[in-house]
Design a protein around this ligand. Structure first.
Ligand code: NAD
Length: 484
């Protein structure tokens, strides 16, 4: 195995019932570094039987974990936070190796990911019910919350640490046992997090990690098992739809964090330099591979040239390369397919009349690099205004008035996040309320915060993660009727 990072040797086996196991088939799949295309590890390839073993383990642990005192659960989660922060640097480097993002982005991800352990250690002891008098005056309505049951957590490759902890932490805090199925491209970070949880004192079977190259088969079988009570999925809208259909058979409780198509709106009265700085964050954090990435820039006509010129200058100056190298700000995309998909989106837009201001090409040679790209005069029908780009491409469109830009922002099946820049806070709030998204960044390029409810409406998802809302996704209200 080739793994040049400092730090402990990465875990590459399945984590089931507190044990590291090779899986029943003994097969393994390769994990690649997208900057070099080198194989960095061979990870155990779970079969359907391993998914069933993980469910057995989660079931065996479930009664004890649900009965574990909230204070004890909180202490374990707090310990996981401390351990993750102690290991922040090797973990960040592991993320760069398997995902490709720039080291600064990986470091931010680890801090964000660890924070979910701390936040839910604090929430574990604050799950309150309520008690009320029925309107007739003779009965009492007593409500408390119980763990929803065994949870399957499915995560994408773009934030391999944070998407895992954003689910594991509230599940454990709520008293649920769980099975994490990470993305095939980035299993090493998920396994490293399992090792941290084991060290923090999570009992055997409370968290299990199943890595596989046969997600559809392994997950499909688990969704047929009546012991599974919760599915928490983060990934594309297309896969989310498939899983919702499959979950319907057992009426499994589903939380869905799906794709986005975020508009970034700049009004003429905005502070343009601040808007450009936030545009760089909203577009380029994680190399554009974020569900929250600004996908379309709508700029009021009077400031369109100034904004686009300044944005182009910043994008063209970005240093592209291996995320581990000093000074690199933009790493590779996850794989060749992603490069080719984005290349096609850019070419189609240019053929349709868009003007290319910088970038626009796959970088030749080893690694899946795409140039930081800015396009203007993008025609309304261009596919890159309607599909998730998921890469370093910024299309700019000029607009004239508020009604027009609100209509354009809402002209999508997605509804995750929008960004609005204006010095008029009243207008900003009004526009934020008119846009159909779960989140709005008002004069901000970043909305993610473990203490806030993250999630979308329309086809961007169902439910919220983070904040006080996140733990409720793993709890079920229980009402007890009492005659007084
Ligand atoms: P994806 O949908 O291809 O895969 C997500 C996960 O589902 C992976 O673990 C994958 O192995 C698994 N999977 C794929 N097909 C499956 C099937 N048929 N049955 C069961 N499991 C299956 O998404 P991706 O390419 O890994 O991630 C990118 C997507 O994730 C983007 O659309 C992005 O917007 C979205 N995302 C959303 C959020 C959010 O919070 N809303 C956060 C991060 C990423």
């Amino acid at each position: 195995m080739l793994f040049p990072s400092p730090g402990p040797e990465p875990k590459t086996d399945l984590f089931i019932a507190g044990q590291w196991r090779p899986g029943v088939s003994g097969k393994r799949f390769a994990v690649y570094n997208p900057a070099t295309e080198a194989v960095i590890a061979h990870v155990a390839d779970a079969a359907i039987a391993d998914g069933a073993s993980a469910l057995d383990a989660a079931e065996d642990a479930s009664v004890r974990w649900a009965a574990t005192a909230p204070r004890r659960r909180a202490e374990i989660l707090r310990c996981a936070f401390d351990l993750m922060m102690e290991q922040a640097e090797p973990l960040a480097r592991m993320i760069v190796e398997e995902n490709g993002k720039a080291l600064a982005d990986a470091r931010s991800e680890i801090a964000y990911a660890a924070e979910f352990f701390r936040w839910y250690s604090e929430e574990a002891v604050r799950v309150f019910g309520d008690i009320g008098l029925a309107p007739g005056g003779r009965n009492s309505i007593v409500v408390d919350h119980q763990p929803v049951g065994i949870a399957l957590l499915i995560t994408p490759w773009n934030f391999p640490a944070a998407m895992a902890t954003r689910k594991i932490a509230p599940a454990l805090a709520a008293g649920c046992t769980c099975i994490l199925k990470p993305a095939e491209a980035t299993p090493l970070t998920a396994l490293a997090i399992a090792a941290i949880l084991q060290e923090a004192g999570v009992p055997a079977g409370a968290v299990n990690v199943v890595t596989t190259s046969s997600s559809a088969a392994v997950v499909g079988a688990m969704l047929k098992d009546p012991r599974l009570r919760k599915l928490s999925f983060t990934g594309s809208t297309a896969v989310g739809r498939t899983l919702l259909r499959q979950a319907a058979d057992q009426v499994i409780d589903c939380s869905m964090e799906l794709g986005g198509n975020a508009p970034f709106i700049v009004f003429e009265d905005a502070d343009i330099d601040a808007a450009v700085a936030d545009a760089m964050i909203a577009k380029m954090r994680n190399g554009g591979e974020a569900c929250t990435a600004a996908n379309r820039f709508y700029v009021q006509r009077g400031v369109a040239d100034e904004f686009t010129g300044k944005l182009t200058e910043r994008m063209a100056a970005l240093q592209v390369g291996n995320g581990l190298d000093d000074g690199v700000e933009l790493g590779p995309l996850i794989d060749r397919r992603a490069c080719e998909r984005i290349d096609a989106l850019v070419r189609e837009a240019v053929e349709g009349g868009a003007r290319l201001l910088t970038g626009g090409r796959i970088v030749p040679g080893k690694g899946h690099f795409f140039e930081p790209t800015v396009l203007c005069d993008v025609p309304a029908g261009a596919r890159l205004l309607h599909e998730e780009i998921f890469g370093p491409v910024a299309p700019v469109v000029a607009f004239d008035d508020e009604d027009e830009v609100v209509a354009k922002a809402n002209d999508t099946e997605y509804g995750l996040v929008a960004y609005v820049h204006t010095r008029d806070i009243g207008k900003g709030l009004r526009v934020a309320r008119r846009i159909e998204t779960g989140m709005v960044g008002l004069n901000r390029g970043l909305v993610s915060d473990p203490a806030a409810p993250f999630g979308g409406c329309k086809q961007s998802g169902i439910g919220r993660e983070g904040g006080q809302h996140g733990i409720m996704a793993f709890l079920e209200p229980r009402y007890v009727a009492v005659t007084l």
